[in-house]
Write a protein that binds this ligand. Structure first.
Ligand SMILES: Nc1ncnc2c1ncn2[C@@H]1O[C@H](COP(=O)(O)OP(=O)(O)OP(=O)(O)O)[C@@H](O)[C@H]1O
Ligand SMILES: [Mg+2]
Length: 248
């Protein structure tokens, strides 16, 4: 499950956590895990990594300085969220992606074996969008991609993207219940005919799914993490809630 930066943080205010939202997510995850679910967590950059990366990109600062600052900001976010999860009875274990991933394009290329073992113990592995050294510079590995690769590597059937929208929104303003990746590939079709216009952060998610999908992956849910109700738990229990199911 990816907790988007728009859910875990206030994107317009640097280094601001949404603590009550994270506690509510943690409580719902704890119930789902008690009921038998296995869950790995991925964090997006939000007002931590995105803000720091943006400040350094094109600043002329040495790559080492940017790499150090961006990785530190995301580790800080991960530790803060890890504290909140632990406070609600989960057993998070933080894995810094810059230490076990070797990205190529939109594929994170992480070594997931240790993470899988932690999951088998009943822990909740926690990874996050991160920076890493690449060809004499620094690059970003996004949580959107990590979520799909993690799910595929750990044998999960579903990914959940918790974000600040009710799902993928169509051109009429309503949530598209089911989106087949094969339809999403119809880039040539005019917007009116495909019924949606996917850009920005949502487009990145669809591309992350397309690039990292695997045969065992049955679907990717886009769900609102800011709705203030228990829809995450209901979704994890197999109920149909307001959301989009992306079918790879
Ligand atoms: N068709 C669409 N349906 C829904 N959202 C869309 C659509 N097209 C673009 N978006 C944008 O995608 C955003 C969600 O992605 P965004 O990357 O901002 O959030 P996130 O993944 O939760 O945050 P982070 O990248 O920090 O982890 C929405 O807030 C919306 O502005
Ligand atoms: Mg995003």
């Amino acid at each position: 499950m990816k907790i988007g930066g728009s859910v875990a943080t206030r994107k317009d205010e640097p280094f601001s956590l949404r603590i009550p939202v994270l506690r509510s997510i943690a409580r719902q995850l704890r119930v789902a895990i008690e009921e038998g679910a296995g869950i790995g967590v991925v964090l997006g950059g939000g007002s931590y990594g995105h803000v720091v990366a943006h400040a350094y990109r094109g600043s002329g600062a040495p790559a080492s300085e940017a790499l150090s600052a961006v990785t530190a900001s995301m580790l800080e976010l991960a530790l803060a969220v890890s504290d909140i999860l632990a406070g609600e009875g989960l057993r998070p274990v933080v894995y810094p992606p810059h230490a076990f991933c070797a990205p190529r394009g939109l594929r994170p290329g992480c070594s997931w074996r240790q993470v899988a073992e932690a999951l088998e113990l009943g822990a909740v592995p926690l990874v996050y969008g991160d920076a890493y050294p690449c060809g004499g510079d620094w690059c970003i590995v996004s949580g959107d991609e990590l979520a799909v690769e993690m799910a595929c590597s750990l044998g999960a059937e579903y990914v959940v993207y918790l974000s600040d929208v009710d799902g993928v929104i169509g051109s009429d303003g309503s949530v598209i219940p089911v989106l087949r990746l094969s339809d999403a590939a119809l880039e040539a079709a005019p917007v009116e005919r495909r019924g949606y216009d996917v850009t920005g952060g949502m487009l990145r998610k669809i591309e992350a799914v397309r690039e990292n999908q695997c045969p065992g992956l049955r679907g990717v849910w886009v769900l609102n993490g800011l709705a203030g109700d228990d829809r995450l738990l209901r979704l994890l229990r197999g109920e149909r809630v307001v959301s989009t199911l992306i079918i790879p």
